[in-house]
Ligand binder design. Sequence first.
Ligand code: 3H9
Length: 683
Amino acid sequence: MTSPIFGPITTQRHDNVLVIISNNPPVNALGQAVRAGLAQGIEEALADDSIEAVVIRCDGRTFFAGADITEFGKPPVGPNLPETLDKMEASNKPVVAAIHGTALGGGCEVALACHYRVAVPSAKLGLPEVKLGLIPGAAGTQRLPRLVGAEAALPLVVGGNPISAKQALAIGLVDKIVGEDSLEADAIAFAREQIGKPVPRSSEGTANRDGVRNPAIFDEFRQKNGRKLHGFDAPQAAIAAVKAAGELPYAEGVKKERELFMGLMGGTQSAAMRHYFFAERAANKIDDILADTPLIDIRKVGIIGAGTMGGGIAMNFLSAGIPVTILEMQQEALDRGTATIAKNYDNTAKKGRMKPEQVQQAMGNLSTSLDYADLADCDLVIEAVFENMDVKKEVFAKLDSVVKQGAILASNTSYLNVDEIAQATTRPGYVLGLHFFSPANIMKLLEIVRGAETRDDVLLTSMKLAKKIGKIAVVSGVCPGFIGNRMLSPRQQQANAMIMEGANYWEIDDVLIDFGFPMGPFQMADLAGTDIGWHRDPTRIENVREALCAAGRFGQKAGKGYYDYDASRSRTPSEETKSIIADFAGREGAQQRAISKQEILERLLYPMVNEGALILDEGMAQRASDIDVVWINGYGWPLYTGGPMFWADTIGLKTIVEGLEKHGLPVSDYLRRKADAGERFTS
Ligand code: 3H9
């Protein structure tokens, strides 16, 4: 018998067991109606003497995936999650969580407040709040360590990555793994077995003794994960909360968690990271294309070029089980490329990230060819050859003549005009840009460049395919450098200008590192090689980079570039580079002056925001948050500031305009209009 009790929550009686069911698509987020329904369901079970046990489960694709993030920042409407869960845990009738899909955040906290947890083998459990700049706020940081111990709780609460049902069973977070297709029946049977036994409550658990016995685990954890946690507030708070669980009585620990949670919730980092959560999902949507547009079936992919880029791109498809044929001009290049792919897979397997049979399967799906005709039956061909328009056009004309009709032809160009490339074919509707970032098998970002004639099904198929191969895709219009490199360009211009005016190049790098980037522009140049695009004529020196090359300072690979590098690749500023720069500045007659860190920051980042505004005004990005997704995933913009456009909103567009004017830099009409109207880029 099913009885609706409150919106998305229904209850079903199975003799002496009451099953409380949530149906709140898409992810059973714990919004107000769900919380109220859960509280009522528990009350119903307690009030009925014929009910002796309770099972809580969810319909749809997942157990509760967390608090409803869309409610954050709005006036709270009760019952709140902590009080709902306290009511659940206080029940003297056993309550069992029946878990499938992902029990995340508040969802995991529901499971922790239940007396028992059973899960299907494919289920995952986790506390990902740190990824939203938060910590668990419904006693998760206090119940979990008491249930599984501080050592097992730390990585879950601080790292935020979910674990499998099997791992959860191993640490005691799950009591039993049940049948993949018999969750409800197995959970009911399990619940019946618990009737009459004293109910175990996580809040009363004693597993947290390590926190007291060995307080060093917290510092050790901090040290081991220092680099990953650097700059983020939430992981520090998460460590403090788990530590408190070992030091304070439960009620005081909960109070401490609440204080930390509320502090984070009101801060800018969480606002930025919540913005990013929705930004990443919004980037998936193409506003003017119907979501049900039929897709093109991609069963085989061709890649032209077996270099670093081509090989990296190939690995994405091979790892996803899609056969790939790589084409090159010379057998030698093919052999080298294949060996590199095999070596990369080998390393992945050594790190335990892939099983040997998975590697074998991936390599088994790779074929190579010297003949364009072998690409004829590909559904998608991606060109990753030298960045030169004439070369690209030649490749596309050739592809057009051999590859079957209806197949997608893509260029991995990072700045060339995709429309011009498309015109080299008789099927411009099937041409688009797929701009992977290096190393292409690792970097998450994919810029999908929509040409003037790119068909809807071609674009949508590429978006879906990106998801399948684990990429975060953002659509860009056709403009030089697309979204990412186009915005990099004004930053680089300012960096170059400032070293001529007296700023030290390492200060420029350090300002960006302090801001949260993994490296600055001059370190980046050294890493990539200062000789990219060098004409190799040491007598023709027109800029600092060419002078560095003429002096054999080719970057990290040469042990010296802008910086000097030691054997462990530590960088120190170089006297030689300093004098090369001074020499150029002297020749240009540039006035030298001390430039403050604040000026450096403003001159590096404000012009990027201005460029972002132009990109939006020209319709090259669908929305400001897409720009943030590009910069966070492709260029290391710190996630906790939300990306360039959200960051600009945080400091205020008026401030950006004033800063640009103060430094004599251009201000676009669009940016000025928004600033004058007191508007923001992001919502
Ligand atoms: C928390 O729990 C705090 C508590 O400790 C304390 C409380 C006091 N809320 O990702 P998808 C939407 S913090 C609202 O594309 P998938 C999402 O925006 C929370 N909406 O699906 C999207 O909407 P749209 C801790 C949410 O299958 C749609 O659902 N929990 C929420 O690739 C589908 O999402 C988390 O951080 C939410 N919590 O992945 C988990 N979650 O269709 C966050 C999703 O309009 N969620 N939506 O674009 C996830 O990690 C993934 O969504 C999940 C499914 C793995 C569950």
